[in-house]
Design a protein around this ligand. Structure first.
Ligand SMILES: Cc1cc2nc3c(=O)[nH]c(=O)nc-3n(C[C@H](O)[C@H](O)[C@H](O)COP(=O)(O)OP(=O)(O)OC[C@H]3O[C@@H](n4cnc5c(N)ncnc54)[C@H](O)[C@@H]3O)c2cc1C
Length: 448
């Protein structure tokens, strides 16, 4: 199977005027998961992303597959249990979802020895394990903390999880096109006409569908407003940033979960290849356009991590990244807005907000229930969505360009091969090779 610049060009050539059952707007984890599930059921799906697949929040997360110990602390027992079940499923079935041990640091506040002992015992139990947490007074040189417990969770390459779902959808008959923006929706009695604009080349296309799934992440309100002329009430955008730091000064055995001494917020230090990811911040923003890391966020993360590893300084910063959580809820504290997802159905548009990467399968099954009702189709959801695609022994760069529709160097560095988030040079030494490989496929096309 090929899924590349060439197949994209061919799909675009015949797109105008086509009919599908469902258009999915947004190729993050939500859009990719639902496309995968629907196409497994023989539903005709068009999946579009205005930039690359996974270029929104789904490549800029903490990359954890977890139940959220914090949600347990807030009393969300059911949410934590559901997320842990999903974690366990993904650990069993995907080789790029990996077990990760965390040292959680005991402090003087609500993360005291007894509350963490109880919380971790419950967390393990909800995750299907009867395991008594073991306290160690000293670990390596954690300054100002009283000791640690070690617990088990998981980590992944978030973008790769999206890409595997996109390619699996295509293998089952979906049409998936990146750099194609849904710009307007026009409703008629039984169909919606969506206008799509090519952001990689030129051209504009119209397609007709029975349903629109609005999985536009931080941009959900733009699509919703375009369709309904109203705004989503209670949509909250919360920005979270990470610093990417060199790993060599931190003698890390495990990932670290701790509370910042500055404001008692939970943070993580996550080892990834040659670097560590440290985050995250959590602050409301007005618009998805203000999604860059700010200077005070950088200072906050650096100060927090220096409490544990005092020798870290600005020289150790390799890079940074920010993502935006599209949350649904009320209140002024971003940390307390629910992290469970919310689905809205208005006319032929199904809008979904607040899905954790860990939870994408549960969310996909829930959305498909509504789609089944709207299409009057009996959809099979058991064990779906499933990943069918596997790179196997193929060269990863070759797979990225010919089987995973990477069109730019950035697509490869950030969302196919992950160098941006795992190496000290963030993949700069590979740029030439990647450019050559991409150009080969584009020039081959021009010479046809
Ligand atoms: C800092 C941070 C850390 C996180 N850490 C974790 C974690 O460790 N584990 C976890 O499970 N979850 C985590 N999350 C939550 C999770 O990452 C997000 O909730 C999830 O990625 C949202 O996915 P999405 O598909 O809704 O949105 P996105 O991934 O943002 O996808 C939306 C897509 O829609 C596209 N789009 C928008 N408008 C249009 C249009 N008009 N036409 C076509 N395409 C369009 C965008 O280009 C984008 O690619 C974290 C979130 C943040 C912000």
């Amino acid at each position: 199977m090929e899924f590349s610049y060439l197949t994209r060009r061919n799909e675009l050539a015949s797109l105008d005027g086509k009919r599908f059952d469902v258009i999915v707007v947004g190729g993050g984890i939500v859009g990719a998961g639902i496309s995968n599930l629907l196409s497994a059921n023989g539903i005709k799906v068009l999946l579009v992303d205005k930039r690359d697949f996974a270029s929104g929040t789904s490549s800029n997360s903490s990359k954890l597959i977890h139940g959220g110990l914090r949600y347990l602390g807030q009393g969300h027992l059911k949410l934590t249990r559901d997320l842990l079940r999903e974690r366990n499923y993904l650990l069993r079935h995907l080789d790029f979802v990996k077990r990760m041990d965390f040292d959680i640091l005991v402090d003087d506040g609500s993360w005291s020895k007894s509350s963490l002992y109880f919380g971790l015992f419950l967390y393990n139990l909800l995750g299907g394990r009867l395991r008594f947490p073991h306290f160690q007074k000293n670990g390596y040189s954690y300054q100002g903390y009283r000791g640690r417990f070690t617990y088990e969770d998981a980590s992944t390459d978030d973008a790769l999880l999206v890409i595997h779902n996109v390619v699996s959808s295509v293998m089952q008959g979906a049409v998936a096109i990146n750099y194609l923006e849904a710009t307007t929706f026009r409703d008629s009695e039984d169909e919606v006409e969506t206008t799509l604009t090519d952001r990689f080349g030129e051209g504009s296309y119209r397609v007709r569908t029975k349903i629109i799934v609005n999985a536009a992440g931080p941009w959900v309100n733009f699509a919703y407003n375009q369709y309904t002329s109203k705004d989503i009430q209670n949509l909250k955008l919360s920005k979270g940033s990470h610093l990417i730091l060199k790993r060599d000064k931190m003698n890390l055995e495990n990932a670290v979960a701790f509370r910042s001494h500055l404001d008692r917020r939970q943070m993580f230090i996550i080892p990834k290849g040659e670097v560590v990811l440290v985050g995250t911040t959590d602050r409301f923003i007005e618009s998805p356009l203000s999604g860059e890391m700010e200077a005070d966020e950088m200072a906050y993360i650096l100060d927090s991590v220096r409490k544990i590893f005092p020798s870290i300084d600005r020289q150790d910063i390799v890079g940074s990244y920010s993502g935006i959580r599209p949350l649904y809820g009320s209140g002024n504290d971003p940390g307390r807005v629910t992290r469970d997802f919310h689905i809205d159905i208005t006319g032929k548009m199904i809008t979904i907000m607040g899905v954790k990467i860990t939870d994408y399968r549960r969310a996909s099954r829930k959305i498909s229930k509504y789609i089944g009702e709207m299409l009057e189709a009996d959809l099979e959801v058991r064990d779906l969505p499933k990943i069918l695609y596997n790179r196997g022994e193929r060269d990863p760069l070759d797979s990225a360009v010919t089987m995973e529709c990477a069109l730019t160097v950035e697509d490869v560095l950030r969302r196919r091969l992950g160098y941006y988030y795992t190496t000290v040079d963030q993949g700069r030494s590979k740029i030439r090779t990647i450019e050559d490989r991409i150009n080969k496929i584009i020039t081959a096309d021009q010479h046809k």
